[in-house]
Design a protein around this ligand. Structure first.
Ligand code: NDP
Length: 310
């Protein structure tokens, strides 16, 4: 069987593509990947998605999007696409469970994943003190001191969130300024229990088999090292696009974001369309992801119509 349209990924881009493709009678099949719902599943309040004047919780919004996609007969498969072959007119995909899938068109919406510092101790204490998601793990550290690494909106958001649970949050910023938006910067600077350590990099996380006891940091200007006692260490230093499996087939920029023809979702392979964070290194918002998911479905529909497939 050759599907009209296979969608890879289940964030706002994937589900929006599914809603549009399903309503255009393309009978889309969506593969969710390992983390159904994508990055919004680890977000609390989404206050900037139009249509929710009081905000909405990320997981609730993703549940709604999924429901909306299913309402129009999208087939949703809980499996991970691990390999693709975009060489022929019919595209091939393989899933982790061993299924071989054939499709006339493919919409990629695989999103992006959190980056790590790359320290050995970060691995050692993973899930017993080290985390990339305050919303998921912050609760375990209530009443304890914690550190957050990063200077962007993610770090500011994580620090603000943790400041409501923890008596003290140390924000470790490698330069002398934050990259975060003005409003997020203000929130962090105003919070009495967030201490910003400027020009500070993490050298090592230390602790016992039970968990993290602290972090050794270095001041990048004075080269002085010091230790901060913390039980939780949250990494919020940005994201990497989930595009590795497309390396052999699709053009990417130097950091792995998929290249598309400007103003469209067309990749360098006919019938393969890219949407969401996998192709967006600049905006990376739920609303822009949803917008490009819509574009990808419309581009795929046009492609299938031109080929006389639907
Ligand atoms: P960013 O790329 O914006 O920021 C990454 C931060 O981590 C930078 O401050 C960077 O430092 C720092 N960093 C990178 N590598 C290291 C390292 N090895 N050691 C220490 N620090 C490091 O990523 P974000 O995830 O914060 O944000 C991504 C996008 O998502 C942005 O467009 C942001 O606006 C958006 N976003 C929006 C939110 C909202 O609106 N509520 C919430 C979260 C994200 P440096 O500045 O020195 O490069």
């Amino acid at each position: 069987m050759i599907h009209n349209c296979v969608i890879v990924g289940s964030g706002p881009a994937g589900y929006t593509a599914a809603i549009y493709a399903a309503r255009a009678n393309m009978a889309p099949v969506l593969y969710t990947g390992h983390e159904p719902g994508g990055q919004l599943m680890i977000t609390t309040d989404v206050e900037n998605f139009p249509g929710y004047p009081d905000g909405i919780m990320g997981p609730e919004m993703m549940a709604d999007l999924r429901k909306q996609a299913e309402r129009f007969d999208t087939k949703i498969v809980s499996d991970m696409i691990t390999k693709v072959d975009f060489s022929g007119p019919v595209h091939k995909l393989w899933s982790e469970s061993g299924e071989e899938i054939h499709a006339h068109s493919v919409i990629i919406s695989t999103g992006a994943s959190a980056k790590w510092l790359g320290l050995e101790s970060e691995q050692k204490f993973m899930n017993i003190g080290v985390s990339a998601c305050a919303v998921c793990d912050g609760f375990f550290f209530r009443g304890m001191e914690v550190a957050v690494v990063g200077g962007g909106d993610s770090a500011a958001e994580e620090a603000s969130y943790l400041s409501k649970l923890c008596p003290k949050v140390h924000l470790l910023v490698r330069r002398d300024e934050l990259r975060a938006s003005k409003i997020m910067q203000e929130r962090v600077i105003k919070a009495e229990n967030i201490e910003i350590h400027w020009n500070t990099s993490t050298q090592e996380i230390f602790g016992t088999d039970e968990g993290v006891e602290g972090v050794r940091v270095i001041n990048n200007i004075t080269k002085e090292t010091s230790e901060i006692p913390v039980k939780g260490f949250f990494v919020a230093i940005g994201h990497t696009p989930n595009t590795k499996i497309f390396d052999d087939w699709l053009d990417q920029d130097d950091t792995g974001y998929l290249k598309v023809t400007p103003g469209s979702t067309l990749t360098n392979r006919e019938g393969v369309f890219a949407s969401g964070d996998a192709q967006d290194r600049i905006y990376r918002q739920a609303i822009t992801a949803a917008g490009t998911g819509c574009m990808a479905a419309l581009d795929a529909e046009r492609y299938l119509t031109e080929k006389g497939i639907i």
